[in-house]
Ligand binder design. Structure first.
Ligand code: ADP
Ligand code: ZN
Ligand code: ZN
Length: 754
């Protein structure tokens, strides 16, 4: 406990500092009304007046008297309107961690705290009682006689993103709509309104699998021993657990968690978005009973709130969750695991742009805990840290039971094109492999990393492609609803019959997506039961789980899908994985395209041959000589690491430099440019020694997104401290000189530069 907190127990607290979810780097002082029963504590949520608005913020400091250096006029102080919690939802440790996070990622404390708590907890509406809620119904049964309005689409999208269910009030808030379009959607049977129950255990109704009792393999044993020894030391230590797919990392995690609990400490485990969570949380529940709490975006807000309270109250001592669970209010934490640590979903893609993997290591450091980052394909930075001694490397190079990793074959699509005399999406080799596999009664996964039917529509007469109204992005054709849609902003329109520009009828649909591939496969293999898994085909809560279960239990023969199917699942009867369209990722102009491609192929190849039978992987590509493909075929991580390191060195990318991106986003291009130019001048002024190399401003590779133009500056330095210093000084100066900082987005350690 900090000094201030101790003091607050004994002395009267007359004033508090509150951070608010506003883009300002400061806290605000408020008076504490003396006539209310609740006394302020650190981390408590309060409602306060802010200009003409009322905002919810967090208490970050308490005073008996106003410190002189704060320079505030007591007479002008406004009082707190209301305390929202009797007990703070977060701990002093989380306050400190969120402050560090805000600082490191050049964002704002109030905003970071808002992101730290599960969505919706910032609204006072989330309180433990019965509330009106809304859920999605099967869209096939809805009334489609009229097109959806923009607001109606926004409502459906918001609900889908929230896992299909939301509190009424939060839906209105998040989708930014009034009650009327929601009521219309209820009439049209898209939605149902219900009263949410108080009991919200997300997995209580599921039957729990039995946990088998294994003898650990030699590699598991030594990895576990290193981790448990470190837990016993009660000092910070970070491990990188590099274990090939199927090497039994999960078992090591579980036993390490058990050890931490046995030592009287708590444990946190982070997992990537969606795919892993339902499976893993059930396994965790069966291993740890009610002492485990789960936190992920698929839960309703009420469920998340209850789980959070169980953690805060110490009832749950193991927390498992996605990104923001890194801020779960566990006390006396002994172990933090980050599974699939390379996964891009640990990075928040909006402000504050934090990386939960890196925050996890810092949290472990603050708490004297052990951090374990696990992956079959560690991020370049993590492996580099293991090479230079920052992390201790633990290796599990063999699959359980000595099973071989699947043999991979590349199919050169230039050859396939020559043979067929036309573009083909599915090569003869892959089709033949599918036929053979199916005839043996074994299962198949086909990965296609793009959803929709056709990537874009091209007019053969005028050469025009049909683009989004709001983005510099071509629209994707979805055949099921006959619409073109933007995968970035959700804009949609009915697919036109003639070119909107020249009215030519010769429209050409280019580039396959999952819908198309699944279709072609269904035609070629009418006897097989094929399911598609992507964001379009998964619309209801529980649907993904159901499809995965059908596949695991053999009711489906083949899964076709995006990377939602690539990770984590364990299907022993899958002996063939086909990778179609790998060139899409490889061709992206981004620093991590090769790394992502390597990771994706290795992960998906790891789905093949996990049972007794040997597995095969068939990868179609126009770039058979690319090192990312060759190395992933050989499942040669270290070979890839060496190749990629050379690329990173040549292009001055991490881990050789610290990187930052500053993006200016504005609806008006000239304003975007002038703000970006101003930022550049402040950066130059803060960087007289030129220790930081600055490129730009230039149009970002997606030059316009969601109706905003994007001007980007890229900063590099051998010295991270120098880079952070220059960014801080320049931004503070820019803010002081009136540059409109709300259009400026700073990313420290960006995972992507697009
Ligand atoms: P990873 O996460 O490294 O890809 P998993 O943890 O999914 O690997 O383990 C692969 C499979 O091996 C799982 O079905 C798991 O239950 C099983 N398994 C793990 N450890 C052992 C062991 N020591 N003996 C037998 N089976 C094991
Ligand atoms: Zn045309
Ligand atoms: Zn768009």
């Amino acid at each position: 406990m900090t000094l201030t907190a101790i003091k607050s127990k004994t002395e009267a607290v007359n004033f508090v500092e509150v951070v608010l979810p506003v883009p300002l780097k400061r806290s605000f002082t408020y008076a504490v009304p003396q006539d209310v029963a609740t006394r302020p504590e650190l981390g408590q949520r309060v409602r306060v007046p802010f200009g003409k608005r009322r905002l919810i913020g967090f208490v970050t400091a308490t005073h008996t008297e106003i410190p002189k250096d704060l320079d505030v006029d007591i007479k002008k102080l406004r009082p707190i309107i209301e305390f929202l919690d009797d007990e703070p939802l977060i701990t002093p440790e989380i306050l400190r961690l969120s402050e560090w996070t805000a600082d490191y990622y050049a964002s704002f404390w109030g905003e970071t705290l808002k992101a730290a708590l599960p969505a919706g907890m910032n609204s006072e509406n989330v309180r433990p009682k019965r509330r009106k809620a809304v859920k999605l119904l099967d869209p096939a049964l809805a009334d489609h006689s009229k097109a959806l309005t923009e607001q109606q689409s926004a409502i459906l999208e918001t609900l889908t993103d929230a896992g299909g269910e939301m509190l009424w009030i939060d839906l209105l808030d998040s989708a930014n709509v009034g009650a009327s379009p929601v009521n219309t959607l209820v009439k049209r049977r898209f939605l149902d309104v219900f009263v949410q129950d108080i009991l919200r255990d997300p997995i209580s109704a599921e039957k729990l699998p039995e946990r088998p009792a294994f003898a650990l393999t030699v590699h598991q044993d030594s990895a576990l021993a290193a981790i448990t020894d470190a837990i016993d030391e009660s000092e910070f230590k970070a491990f990188l657990l590099h274990g090939v797919t199927g090497s039994g990392k999960t078992e090591v995690y579980f036993r390490a968690i058990r050890h931490s609990i046995a030592m009287g400490r708590s444990a946190l485990m982070l997992v990537p978005e969606i795919a892993l969570t339902p499976v893993f949380s059930r396994q965790l529940r069966s291993a740890f009973g009610t002492t485990v709490a789960i936190l992920h975006s698929g839960l309703s807000q009420g469920e998340r709130f209850d789980e959070w309270r169980r953690i805060r109250a110490g009832e749950a001592r193991v927390a498992i969750g996605t990104r923001s669970a890194v801020f779960a209010p566990l006390e006396n934490i002994g172990l933090i695991i980050v599974d699939e640590e390379h996964d891009a979903s640990y990075r928040q893609r909006e402000s504050p742009f934090y990386n939960a993997r890196d925050v996890a290591v810092v949290r472990a450091n603050f708490a004297g805990a052990v951090a374990v980052l696990g992956s079959a394909t560690p991020a370049m930075e993590s492996f580099h840290n293991a090479q230079n001694g920052k992390y201790t490397l633990l290796s599990m190079p063999e699959r359980i039971g000595g099973r071989n990793l699947a043999a991979a074959e590349l199919v050169d699509m230039r050859e396939a094109f020559r043979r067929a005399g036309k573009d083909v999406a599915l090569s003869a080799e892959l089709l033949e492999a599918i036929g053979e596999t199916a005839s043996r009664g074994e299962q198949i996964i086909v990965l296609m990393n793009r959803r929709g039917f056709s990537q874009f529509v091209l007019c053969r007469t005028c050469g025009e492609t049909i683009k989004c109204e709001n983005c510099d992005i071509t629209l994707t054709f979805h055949r099921r609803d006959g619409r073109l849609s933007c995968h970035y902003c959700g804009f949609g329109m009915p697919a036109p019959r003639v070119c909107p520009k020249c009215e030519s009828e010769f429209l050409y649909f280019v580039g396959e997506g999952t819908e198309n591939i699944a279709d072609q496969l269904a035609k070629k293999f009418p006897a097989l039961k094929i399911e598609r898994i992507d964001r379009d085909s998964i619309t209801r809560k529980g649907e993904l789980e159901q499809k995965l279960r059908d596949f695991a239990e053999g009711r489906t023969d083949m899964l076709v899908g995006t990377q939602m199917i690539a990770k984590g699942h364990d299907f022993p009867n899958v002996t063939l994985v086909g990778v179609v369209g790998v060139d899409i990722g490889l061709g992206l102009p981004d620093l991590r395209s090769a790394e992502r491609t390597f990771q994706m192929i290795t992960q998906v190849a790891g789905r093949s041959g996990r049972g007794e039978k040997p597995g095969r992987v068939v990868i179609q590509t126009y770039h058979p000589d690319h090192y990312a493909l060759k190395r992933s075929m050989a499942q040669d991580y270290e070979g890839f690491y060496g190749d990629e390191l050379k690329f990173r060195e040549n292009f001055r990318y991490p881990p050789f430099v610290a990187l930052a991106s500053i993006m200016v986003r504005h609806r008006d291009l000239s304003r975007a440019k002038s703000i970006a130019n101003a930022i550049r001048r402040f950066l130059d002024a803060a960087n007289p020694s030129k220790a930081v190399r600055i490129v730009g401003p230039a149009s970002a590779s997606i030059a316009r997104l969601k109706n905003e133009y994007r001007m980007q500056l890229i900063l590099r330095s051998e010295s991270r401290r120098e880079l952070r210093k220059v960014v801080d000084i320049a931004l503070a100066e820019a803010e002081a000189r009136g540059v409109e900082m709300r259009y400026v987005y700073v990313e420290i350690d960006p995972v992507s530069l697009m």
